[in-house]
Ligand binder design. Sequence first.
Ligand code: FAD
Length: 284
Amino acid sequence: MKEFIMPRNVPISFEFFPPKTPEGADKLLTVHQELCTLNPQYFSVTYGAGGSTRTRTLTTVSRLQQTAPVPVAPHLSCIGDSKAALAELLDGYKEQNIKRLVALRGDLPSGQMTLGELPYARDLVEFVRQHSGDHFHIEVAAYPEMHPQADSYEADLRNFIAKVQAGANSAITQFFFNADAYFHFMDRLAKAGVNIPVIPGIMPITNAGNLIRFSDSCGADIPRWLRKQLMAYGDDSASIKALGETVVAKLIERLIQGGAPAFHFYTMNQSEATTRLVKLTGLA
Ligand code: FAD
């Protein structure tokens, strides 16, 4: 594929997780600075279910917000959290002039069974609207290949539509490698009269083992041929990265041609693979 093709006017955003150590936090600032040069619409920062990363998420959001004039969107999950704790977070974010949130249910650590006062993301969206009105642009999660715990594809679609009806403005998908799954999901939404932007979540491929483990746990399908080829490369990290880059750049190309409105990159707090993909596909 040719490098540095014509720039395209498609917004991009980058996701981080809150670092666990001071060294990780310093490294993230460097990654953030590098990714700022790609002119993103915003950065987002994940939030551990049940409030497990509350302080780290807040600290990371504030640091990024103070470092560059690019908006930051905190993720917020409701499972295992109380309405009072979530209200306090919402008020704090509003005071910091944060205008965008990613609202999720979250996944409780195994063994922890307290769902809390808001068991589903739809309930959280409703709560944010009741508490903060229209202050926040709310993103929710979408699953073109179906959420792994959903009773059926249809039930999951109904749940997604319920989140939109509760007040979500747009959505970011779980990562996927099959563009047709995204196009089918979009067709089903259009038929149901739902037309909010649904932004493909893009996972750069840099490490086969991690990708396979992560995909198995979140229900994202790795096509058989790709899984086999990644596994066959074993420890050959250069070949894994080269194959991953080609596959994901082609996926982005197809999604742009099919009308994807923007792209959200799961950076895993690294800049290199994401930067290469953005430049290769002309998204910078
Ligand atoms: P929901 O939309 O509530 O759906 C969860 C499941 O419940 C689905 O199977 C749905 O079909 C079903 N369901 C919904 N409503 C009902 C109902 N009334 N009755 C029965 N079933 C119902 N996790 C984190 O912990 N922190 C993060 O920061 C984070 N960021 C993410 C960002 C993105 C873009 C994505 C795609 C995922 C993220 N996740 C995060 C993971 C997410 O929390 C999990 O996938 C979680 O299992 C579902 O969250 P949700 O918001 O999609 O839940």
